[in-house]
Design a protein around this ligand. Structure first.
Ligand SMILES: Cc1cc2nc3c(=O)[nH]c(=O)nc-3n(C[C@H](O)[C@H](O)[C@H](O)COP(=O)(O)OP(=O)(O)OC[C@H]3O[C@@H](n4cnc5c(N)ncnc54)[C@H](O)[C@@H]3O)c2cc1C
Length: 466
């Protein structure tokens, strides 16, 4: 373990800008040698090897690229991965991640972890194929990292142990819940991806997969390759994979790479521009709380509660190991034979950012979710409530292509002139897990090249309203 230096990243103490001859026009924002040793954050303290940042000039190597990634949810960690992957090999790079809670501290950590490229009505989403490919790549990388079991004490959350699986279940089944719904599902199911195919099942076939399933319209759509992941374990593993990638790149002859995670709030963007080449804002529903962005983003908040239920040990009717998760007017994400997450509620315009749920809110959620879940899986009524958690979705406006994440350079909104340096990944809505791979890759490429044109117009068109 590297030594824990309990120092805050004192940005205002960093040397100020001056031109650097090696930087192709890029100003060398911090004439610091990237430290040889990486510092990893633990749950309670930001760590920074600040002494090695302020080396005498004789020890300095090339000007490092400095990136700040605000937020360590799906969006933030995907950005970190892709900055490492696509960043210039010939320059050192340092990425500082800031999160007030830690990895998966926002909506990502409480999400249901359901992953597939279709709408609830089985319609392939816009750029669904690319999104699916990119998030599969990230989940494979995270899974490999977990399988390697290389935790080395760097895992932030002790409950995220590496001897447990990251993917709870493969396969998601969606029974039709009305005649109209059946017709739409039928039509949409004709246009599916080969890499995530859809199968149309009748009652018998559906009940082969889930014996106690109720299939009121004798019709269900099955996504055998869809997944249900443990979101926190996935994020912890992705974070560790980023460290491994940084190590590999450094060893393989590229310049040094460094990642730091600071567990502290960012209350304003002011001052960050002096220390970083680019600042990538991935704060989910809280992006709107930054004074520089407040009221400027076309986002609506929507709180969702997820309830955890268990089947009492003295009761029969355990959920089969091979049975898929269930998607209906609510969803059932089974983690084990006696444990399930049931989600989720939709409380529009909520400003409640808390992940904990009061008894009263939990009981309202149960009243809403249980009838929907039991309409397709009646046995769920025998399961007992054991807890609830909640998160705030950042919902983007509806466009002709659907509800798309908001990407782009936000210098204008912030009132900064010149080179694109503030970037936003926001509005991942209710599908952050699907979108995070592609949007993280695109924004990393845009930030590296300082060029917004690499982003598809559909993702940036929201800026017309700024
Ligand atoms: C109940 C629920 C269930 C869901 N289920 C699914 C699902 O099954 N599948 C799916 O694809 N999507 C699901 N979603 C949606 C998904 O969770 C979101 O789209 C996704 O998590 C958004 O990721 P993000 O990284 O943009 O934001 P977040 O995950 O919210 O990350 C933002 C991070 O920024 C940090 N932060 C915020 N403000 C500050 C600050 N000022 N300073 C420092 N740090 C800060 C937070 O601590 C947080 O870690 C669900 C959402 C909810 C609420």
């Amino acid at each position: 373990m590297p030594p824990a230096l309990h120092l805050r990243p004192c940005l205002h103490r960093l040397p100020t800008d001056f031109p650097d001859p090696n930087s192709n026009g890029r100003r060398c924002l911090q004439r610091a040698r990237v430290p040889q040793r990486r510092s990893y954050a633990n749950a309670s303290s930001p760590l920074l090897s600040s002494s090695s940042l302020l080396q005498p000039s004789s020890l300095r190597s090339k000007c490092p690229f400095m990136y700040a990634v605000l937020g360590a949810g799906f969006a933030g960690l995907s950005v970190v991965w892709h900055l490492l992957k696509h960043g210039p090999k010939e320059s050192p790079m340092r990425i500082d991640i800031y999160d007030e809670v830690g990895i998966g501290g926002g909506a990502s950590g409480v999400s249901g972890g359901l992953l597939h490229p279709y709408s609830p009505k089985a319609k392939l989403l816009w750029r669904g194929s690319e999104c699916w490919k990119e998030c599969l790549e990230l989940s494979t990388i995270a899974e490999r990292t977990m399988d390697a079991g290389a935790s080395n004490g760097m895992i932030q959350d002790p409950s995220c142990v590496f001897d447990e699986t990251m993917i709870w279940r493969r396969g998601i089944l969606r029974p039709a819940t009305s005649e109209k719904n059946m017709e739409i599902l039928k039509e949409n199911a004709q246009n599916c991806l080969k890499s995530c195919n859809l199968e149309v099942l009748d009652r018998n076939a559906a009940q082969c997969l889930i014996p106690d399933l109720c299939v009121p319209f004798n019709f269900a759509v099955y996504m055998p390759l869809a997944m249900n992941i443990h979101p926190k374990r996935y994020l912890e593993a992705l974070f560790l994979a980023c460290h491994h990638l940084a190590d590999e790149e450094s060893i393989s002859g590229s310049e040094e790479r460094e990642i730091n995670l600071f567990k502290e709030p960012v209350s304003s963007l002011r001052g960050l521009s002096e220390a970083y080449d680019a600042v990538i804002i991935c704060l989910g529903a809280k992006a709107d709380l930054l004074p520089e962005l407040s009221g400027k983003l076309p986002l609506r908040t929507c709180r969702g509660v997820v309830a955890e239920l268990q089947l009492p040990t003295d009761m029969g009717g355990v959920y089969g190991d091979q049975s898929p998760s269930i998607l209906s007017d609510s969803w059932l994400a089974f983690q084990g034979p006696r444990s399930v997450f049931m989600g989720s509620t939709w409380e529009w315009r909520s400003k409640n950012y808390a992940s904990n749920v009061s008894e009263e809110e939990a009981s309202r959620a149960m009243e809403e979710l249980l009838p929907k879940a039991s309409a397709v899986y009646p046995a769920i009524k025998k399961w007992t409530f054991v807890g609830a958690r909640a998160g705030l979705r950042a919902m983007p406006p509806l466009t002709p292509q659907g509800s798309l994440p908001l990407l782009g350079c936000v210098n204008d909104a912030i009132g900064t002139r010149g080179r694109c340096m503030y970037w936003l990944v926001g509005g991942l809505g209710s599908r952050g897990l699907l979108y995070h791979g592609l949007v993280g890759k695109l924004i990393a490429q845009a930030a590296i090249s300082s060029d917004e044109k690499v982003l598809p117009l559909e993702f940036t068109s929201w800026k017309k309203t700024l």
